[in-house]
Design a protein around this ligand. Structure first.
Ligand code: ZN
Length: 270
């Protein structure tokens, strides 16, 4: 599933194709993904110029000169294909620019979404209203996290996945950051010391930034025809490595709960 680094990489990869360009064709090739496409999507976007791209949590943002913002989510399997040679059954939304480029939002499982809001109201969009700070922003620091976790008995892993506490973290980033900070995923959030939070916050930022770097280094592939923006593979320290040796020599453990897996080292994380 695409996490924050994939969405950030996707937005950075879309920028050279879309920024400053006018959309000359907007075609929804079915009525919905996870939910219906906005009925006025085509009318509001056709002829509009793209004035900005951005990201909030795991959503990508495309702003136009008409004061509209497209908000897209890649769901479980979404990706943007660039200049596809031909369109397939899973290409659900097609955008063409005045520079002759074509983008197709491809999403076989259709858990993604596309919404259209007034840019000035985007901050109040329901999915954004309750979001916590961006993990890469300055507002997300050890003091903030300490206050947000105060008195919380839930496991730190679950609390870091709570989008109201910090926006956009996924299970991969959280497993990796907890490993780097040496914190056991089941530790009650409110019981983690200030010193350990001072290790955890930079670990979260480092995990995200190094994944974004890895994504950025794959962007040159997307410049090719039929390139696709979305998932890219990375090397992890513990995620997906059950039974393999941790750097300390102990085997990486996996615990499954509610369809999600937690990967950790029982020796390095306390
Ligand atoms: Zn270890």
């Amino acid at each position: 599933m695409p996490e924050l680094p994939e969405v950030e990489t996707t937005v950075r990869g879309l920028a050279p194709v879309l920024l400053g360009r006018r959309l000359i064709r907007v075609e929804a090739r079915r009525g919905d993904l996870r939910r219906a496409f906005p009925p006025d999507l085509r009318q509001r976007l056709t002829g509009a110029q793209v004035t900005g791209l951005g990201r909030r949590a795991k959503y990508g943002l495309v702003e136009t000169d008409r004061g509209d913002t497209v908000i897209f989510h890649l769901g479980m399997s979404g990706r943007w294909r660039i200049d596809p040679a031909e369109l397939g059954t899973h290409d659900h939304l097609v955008l063409a620019t005045d520079a002759g480029r074509t983008l197709a939002l491809n999403d076989p499982r259709r858990f993604g979404s596309v919404d259209l809001v007034k840019t000035e109201e985007a901050g109040n969009w329901p999915a954004f209203r309750a979001l916590g700070p961006e993990p890469l922003g300055d507002a997300f620091d050890a003091d903030y996290l300490r206050a947000a976790l105060a008195g919380r008995a839930a496991p730190i892993k679950a609390l870091l996945l709570d989008q109201r506490i910090v926006a956009g973290l996924g299970t991969i980033s959280v497993c990796e950051a907890l490993f780097m900070a040496g914190i056991a995923p089941g530790t009650a959030g409110g019981r983690i010391s200030r010193d350990r939070l001072r290790r955890l916050v930079p670990a979260i930022k480092e995990v995200l930034l190094s994944a974004i770097d890895a994504g950025g280094s794959t962007l040159r592939d997307f410049a090719q025809p039929d390139g696709a923006l979305g998932y890219f593979s990375k090397q992890f320290l513990v995620y997906g490595r059950e039974g393999e040796p941790c750097r300390c020599g102990a085997p990486v453990k996996r615990r499954a709960e509610g369809g999600r897996s937690t990967f950790y080292c029982g020796r390095c994380q306390r």
